[in-house]
Design a protein around this ligand. Structure first.
Ligand code: URA
Length: 197
């Protein structure tokens, strides 16, 4: 298990990283999930979105953000003037937690090297973390989304610094639509940064 995590850190391509995860037995979530949910979109995209973990629809289809939240994420991507062919989408956790429970800190730590390497390989100009778990894990903060959203962070891959912004998770926006206005402000800032980079 330790060696698979080590291997993740140096997997030369996204395909090899995915193959490592397909074989990885260090995370018990794989035993209850239907399948691995690795990523969707364009591996050459300049923008990458990272959510928390797959839900029921994603577990069935094997792709991230294909359910109701995914439809809203598509509109968020459209607000930047893009679509999935120009964005890359993944989750911190690549297997559905039973009953969509929140992943434990231990599960998150076990999966972390895989998403870190995925970010490094995609090497986007802008990284967008969706909601608290993704933001707190990847941007190393304990602050909640109300304080982190809309601000620029530096995401350090070890070889490069990537500009990163946190915004609301689409599932949260579905429950609390009044935050959509703030979310769209964040998306405008992201579009501006992409245009300038
Ligand atoms: N929520 C997430 O965080 N990720 C998905 O892929 C779907 C819903």
């Amino acid at each position: 298990i330790a060696s698979a995590r080590e291997a993740a850190r140096s997997a030369p391509t996204l395909d090899e990283l995915r193959a490592l995860l397909e074989k990885f037995e260090g995370c018990a979530l794989r035993n209850t999930a239907t399948r691995l949910v690795f990523a969707d979109g364009n591996p050459k995209a300049r923008i990458m979105f990272v959510g928390e973990a797959p839900g029921r629809d994603e577990d069935i289809e094997g792709l991230p953000f294909v359910g109701r939240s995914g439809k809203l994420l598509d509109r968020m991507i459209a607000a930047i003037g893009l679509d999935r062919s120009k964005a890359y989408i993944a989750n911190v956790i690549p297997w559905r937690p039973p009953g969509n429970r929140t992943p434990t800190p231990q599960e998150t730590q076990i999966c972390l090297p895989f998403i870190q390497r995925q970010i490094e390989l995609v090497n986007p100009d802008v990284l967008v973390t969706l909601g608290n778990p993704s933001t707190q894990t990847l941007l190393s903060t304990r602050e909640g989304i109300m304080r982190t959203r809309g601000k620029w962070f530096d995401y350090d891959t070890g070889t490069r610094t990537i500009r990163a912004m946190a915004t609301f998770h689409p599932a949260y926006l579905l429950r609390s639509p009044s935050y959509k206005r703030m979310s769209w402000q964040d998306l405008r800032a992201i579009a501006k940064a992409l245009a300038a980079s």
